[in-house]
Design a protein around this ligand. Structure first.
Ligand code: SF4
Length: 111
């Protein structure tokens, strides 16, 4: 499967996962296209569409928490900032992702 077809397939599959979680793809189409392409590259290399904005570690258990869409593993953080780390997904009510602030989880926990 070529890159464009795989990007389309991932988009279709991911949509089914994120929708019931209250998320959608970012309205920033250029960003979405870029990130999906990176995921296709990672999938070709590792067999799994890992997160394009997080580094892999030597621990499989940790790496499995950054398989896209990783929302269920980091829900508390993402719900608080209304986006995932990469910005591939945003809360359904977000219209301008540029207005969202990236707040570290430690700050949110401190309240
Ligand atoms: S941060 Fe976003 S793009 Fe990265 S794996 Fe998680 S959901 Fe996917």
């Amino acid at each position: 499967m070529n890159v464009e077809s795989r990007k389309k397939a991932l988009r279709y599959l991911f949509q089914k996962v994120i929708d019931p979680l209250g998320y959608k793809f970012s309205p920033d189409e250029e960003l979405v296209d870029f990130l999906l392409e990176q995921e296709v590259v990672l999938e070709k290399k590792h067999g799994i569409p890992f997160c394009p904005c997080q580094g892999l570690t030597r621990k499989r258990e940790d790496n499995m928490k950054i398989v896209c869409p990783c929302i269920p593993f980091h829900r508390e953080h993402f719900d608080a900032i209304k986006r995932c780390w990469c910005g591939l997904y945003v809360h359904k009510d977000v219209t301008n992702p540029d207005e969202l602030r990236q707040i570290p989880f430690s700050e949110i926990k401190r309240g």
